[in-house]
Design a protein around this ligand. Structure first.
Ligand code: ADP
Length: 625
């Protein structure tokens, strides 16, 4: 009963997987079905015609009849084989294509996930496990494609086999055959057919038990794959080459090569293959061979008794062996199906991660006067899975068109503040208000359109420069050029032969250009300007910039931000001192707020402490202490 429930669930999960794959590759299953059909019946077509030709040869030997069978046989076998081959090719192409297409499901999910979910390590681990199991033995969605093919082939093969074998049991041995007439006894025939089916199924069970061992090795194998993926290609990475030579890291790597036992002949998988898994599979084949032998004996005895001629022997033996092989593989498939269910559960656990963030329905009216004001009202926030408050009781109001600086030491909560402002996370306590309304009540995409952020760890894409700036392939070229000029990239743009069409990086084009950290920063700023959102936020530029360069970028940015509300984040105070208002973060709280002059005058404050500590960088600047 439990077994039945298990199988029913396995079938249900696999049917869902088929529907899921069908969405990304609608032609795959129809072509696979047709290919399975033609390739499964092909051997029986050959058996059928060979039997007719042999019978004619062994009996009446009529030339015209023989010619008819030969021509019909060649035509039918040729046609079925040709169609089978064409469909098989098509199926194989679509199968390779499916490997790529099913990734669309995961990528779409990644794009659509709530940022907070994306940030959770457990979700990354789950995705990684799915990928590793798939790399190991196609477990998960891809296994469904193979299982489906085997199922279609198995069922059609079985039915064709039954059609060609029925008369083996029903053709009577003539009464003159003496004791061999026992072969006509219906009880005997039923018994034999039942034994044949049962023993083939037993062989399939043995195969299923052997298949299950593959599933049991998944943990070991995925670890082996992970090690192989890491150590196996370590010599290929340019950026590692110097360290490898300097510290002879090959010694550490070769330890892996020497001890890589996962896939070695004497490793756990190799031992399993020689042991339990091999024994089950071997026994399965033995049983199948025994039963095929018995069918041979039965067929020959009936022929000996005169039930049919030599041509039919070929047909029956061929058809019965193929039928047994199909029962064997179909029963074995149950094992694969049940093992794969666990892997599919993992896949769907990932694809079904719910988006828990409440999405409001209010639209943010597009105001030409950009009169938006933002308020943080007693906001507290912990990262998912963390016990520590990253922000605690944060209160802050900022007025439109102003320059706000968020300063504080590393880890004080500055970036977290921006992530909450952009609704990448929702706070656990307190509220963030836009024009007096909780930001959760707005439509998410509408709300996001209000912000242009240059994140600390921004990423450009290996695509043309202009497309990077605009975020799309067709765009307003003049606007993109202006944004690049405003961001300080104008001079460099003039040196690029292909201008906005210059490919960034060399990943996809030999003519691509590699840009420096500072240049990339400028492109990222141009991207933010092109978006032309009312709020523009600059998270601390990368470590690639020195303090003076950072101050320059911020100074210039102030000019180009125009009537937008600009928020600057930095742990370098000198970069932000031109701002109207500065909020000083410390351990997740705002500990001071005011203008640079007021803050620096308060000698007991955090700002003064930081300013004094950083003064050494700016000794050349006349206005600094
Ligand atoms: P800052 O931008 O001022 O350097 P952050 O806002 O990045 O600081 O970090 C504030 C605190 O939150 C730090 O203690 C940091 O370790 C923690 N933190 C940042 N990101 C995460 C995260 N994704 N998961 C858990 N903790 C985080």
């Amino acid at each position: 009963m439990r077994e039945k429930g298990k199988l029913r669930r396995a079938v249900a999960v696999h049917l869902r997987a088929i529907r899921t794959l069908h969405q990304v590759s609608p032609r795959f299953f129809p072509i696979q079905t047709a290919s399975g059909l033609f390739n499964a019946i092909a051997p029986y077509v050959t058996v059928f015609f060979s039997a007719r030709i042999l019978r004619e040869l062994a009996t009446l030997r009529r030339e015209d009849v023989l010619w008819k069978w030969v021509i019909a046989g060649v035509a039918c076998v040729g046609l079925v084989s040709l169609l089978g081959a064409v469909l098989k090719r098509r199926y194989e192409t679509l199968l390779s294509d499916l490997w790529g297409r099913k990734e669309i499901l995961f990528v779409r999910k990644m794009f659509a996930l709530d940022f907070a979910e994306l940030d959770k390590q457990e979700n990354h681990d789950l995705r990684e496990q799915i990928r590793e199991n798939e790399n190991w033995a196609s477990w998960g969605l891809m296994k469904v494609a193979y299982v489906y093919g085997d199922f279609v082939g198995g069922v059609i093969g079985l039915l064709s086999g039954v059609a060609l074998t029925v008369s083996l049991f029903t053709s009577p041995v003539p009464e003159t055959a003496g004791r061999l007439t026992v072969l006509n006894n219906p009880v005997f025939i039923l018994l034999l057919a039942a034994i044949m089916a049962a023993v083939s199924a037993l062989a399939g069970k043995l195969l299923a038990a052997s298949e299950k061992c593959w599933g049991d090795t998944a943990q070991e194998a995925t670890l082996g794959n992970r090690l192989f993926g890491h150590f196996g290609f370590i010599g290929l990475y340019k950026e590692r080459a110097a360290d490898i030579r300097m510290y002879e890291q090959q010694n550490l790597v070769s330890a892996y090569w020497d001890k890589n036992s996962s896939f070695g002949a004497d490793g756990p998988i190799g031992r399993l293959a020689r042991g339990k898994m091999g024994v089950y599979a071997g026994l399965g084949v033995c049983v199948t061979t025994l039963i095929t032998g018995s069918v041979y004996v039965f067929t020959c005895l009936k022929a000996w008794g005169g039930a049919f001629d030599v041509g039919s022997i070929t047909q029956y033996v061929g058809a019965a062996s193929a039928m047994i092989a199909n029962i064997f593989s179909l029963t074995g498939l149950v094992g694969t199906l049940e093992t794969n269910t666990g892997f599919l559960d993992q896949t769907f656990a990932f694809l079904d991660i719910p988006n828990a963030m409440y999405e409001g329905s209010l639209t943010t009216e597009k105001r030409s006067d950009r009169q938006y004001d933002i308020e943080f009202r007693d906001v507290s926030f912990k990262y998912p899975g963390s016990d520590v408050w990253a922000l605690r009781h944060v209160n802050l109001k900022f007025k439109v068109g102003r320059r706000l600086a968020i300063v504080g030491e590393n880890g004080s909560g500055k970036t977290t503040f921006i992530k909450l402002l952009c609704r990448l996370y929702d706070p656990q306590e307190g509220q963030i208000l836009l024009n007096g309304i909780d930001i959760r009540k707005y439509r998410y995409d509408d709300y996001m359109a209000l912000f242009s952020v240059v994140f600390q760890d921004f990423r450009l894409i290996s695509q043309p420069l202009g497309a990077n700036v605009a975020g799309r392939m067709t765009y307003d070229r003049e606007r993109a050029r202006r944004a690049l000029e405003d961001a300080g990239f104008g001079e460099r743009l003039g040196t690029l032969d292909r201008g906005l069409d210059t490919m960034l990086y060399k990943d996809l084009s030999e003519d691509g250009v590699d840009v420096s950290g500072g240049e990339a920063q400028k492109i990222a700023i141009a991207r933010a300007l092109y978006k032309d959102a009312p709020f523009i936020i600059l998270d601390e530029p990368t470590a690639a910039l020195d303090p003076i360069a950072e101050a320059e970028i911020y100074g210039k940015f102030d000019e180009i931000a125009g009537d937008k509300t600009a928020i600057y984040i930095s742990h370098r105070l000198s970069s932000c001192k031109f701002c109207d208002e500065i909020a000083v973060f410390h351990q997740g709280r705002i500990v001071q707020q005011g203008s640079h002059d007021a803050l620096v005058a308060d000698e007991s404050g955090k700002y003064h402490e930081l300013w004094t500590a950083q003064a050494q960088y700016y000794i050349n600047e006349p206005s600094t202490p």
